[in-house]
Design a protein around this ligand. Structure first.
Ligand code: NAD
Ligand code: DAU
Length: 331
């Protein structure tokens, strides 16, 4: 299969590309703007993958990346961090909204057979008990999740209106190697390794449904191969866990001093709990293979062994972001 993977130099995208090249023998073109979150290093072990540097909201760049044609477009490209969407929402509207529109138009122009939109459990909003199904109402809380929800609706409209074979995959919280350290798990792992404070928002009792990144990649593969056009598929992790418990486990695994845990001001509009029912994607033959305990162990080891990857991040622009967000310096 020849795939165009948009946002393939980011965390989930690069893990997905690696999986497809290794397990499926796919030919992959990546279109990526290389924002702070997208890095060439994430693809450096995949010399046969072509990287086109450009934005999904730039129709010419999309045309260049599609070239003589692709069998499918898988769109991971997005602004993805909820905290950044609260302080600077404009990039979220542009990339997640306008960018998705340009890709859908390109898919029509080039008569691409399948379009897969990578979406999130956050489009459903927060749920105290039980789990969301694909029929649950869309009730996003943050500018990030609202921009992703808008994109999902646009994708569905291209199926109904133009007959484009669209699919939507809504994943729960991913974790694993190559994740930019602004997100909970890599931030806590690296801070713990350095003896920096571990900033827990609010009471730390918010619950997330953790999905190992390769399991999400495999789920997306099932939807790409067997999903019904026009449909959305939830892909949820096998284990849920309150944030403070995640942090405690990281403290334990890194051997850090628990006194570095620090409760800080909560995120505005913070969703309390996410939970996805994944029966529909299970019916396509998918099952999560990595439980949270094992996945977290692998993740901590990866960060421990790959300082070459995160050192330039922690000593670069990320410092400024961290200081702005947390009002304190990184050690
Ligand atoms: P990420 O921030 O690590 O990567 C995003 C990638 O998109 C980067 O490579 C970046 O350079 C690229 N990008 C950003 N703006 C672009 C633009 N305008 N044009 C082209 N490329 C652009 O994100 P991630 O965590 O890997 O998430 C990937 C996708 O999966 C997103 O759509 C996100 O909404 C979705 N998702 C993420 C999670 C999660 O837990 N991280 C869970 C479910 C769904
Ligand atoms: O649920 C899927 C979503 O997961 C994706 O769509 C998003 O792209 C991804 O960023 C992620 O969103 P969250 O907001 O859930 O992830 P984050 O890692 O930012 O935070 C996870 C939880 O940890 C959340 O309850 C906020 C909390 N948190 C986060 C940070 C960065 C802290 O307590 N302290 C922190 O410093």
């Amino acid at each position: 299969m020849r795939l165009l993977v948009c946002g393939g130099a980011g965390f989930i995208g690069s893990n997905f590309v690696r999986l497809r090249v290794r397990d499926e023998g796919d030919e992959v073109v990546v279109l990526d703007k290389l924002t702070y979150a997208g890095r060439r290093e994430n693809l450096q072990d995949l010399p046969d993958v072509e990287l086109v540097v450009g934005a999904i909201e730039d129709g010419d760049a999309v045309d260049r990346a599609i070239g003589d044609g692709v069998d499918a477009i898988v769109n991971f490209a997005a602004e993805t961090h909820v905290d950044r969407s609260i302080s600077e929402p404009d990039a979220f509207v542009k990339t997640n909204g306008q960018g998705t529109y340009e890709l859908l138009e390109a898919a029509r122009r080039h008569q691409v057979s399948r379009y897969v939109q990578i979406s999130t459990d956050e489009v459903y909003g927060s749920i105290e008990e039980g789990s969301f199904t694909e029929e649950s109402p869309i009730q996003p809380s943050s500018p990030y999740s609202a921009s992703k929800a808008g994109a999902d609706l646009l994708v569905s409209s291209y199926f109904h209106t133009y007959g484009l074979e669209t699919l939507i995959c809504r994943g729960s919280n991913n974790y694993g190697p190559w994740q930019y350290p602004e997100k909970l798990i890599p931030l806590m792992v690296l801070n713990a390794m350095h003896g920096d404070p571990l900033p827990v928002y609010g009471d730390g009792m918010q619950v997330r449904n953790w999905l190992y990144v390769e399991d999400f990649g495999r789920g997306i593969g099932h939807v790409l191969a067997h999903g019904r056009p026009g449909e959305a598929y939830n892909v949820g992790g096998p284990d849920e866990c309150p944030n403070i418990e995640v942090v405690n486990r990281i403290v334990e695994q890194t051997g850090a001093d628990p006194s570095i845990i620090e409760y800080v001001t909560d995120r505005p509009g913070h969703d309390r709990r996410y939970s996805l029912g994944s029966e529909k994607v299970r019916a396509l033959g998918w099952e999560a293979q990595v439980r949270f305990e094992e996945g977290l162990r692998r993740t901590v080891l990866w960060y421990r062994d790959n300082a070459w990857w995160w050192e330039p991040i922690r000593s670069g622009d990320y410092r400024e972001y961290y200081e702005r967000q947390y009002g304190r310096k990184l050690g």
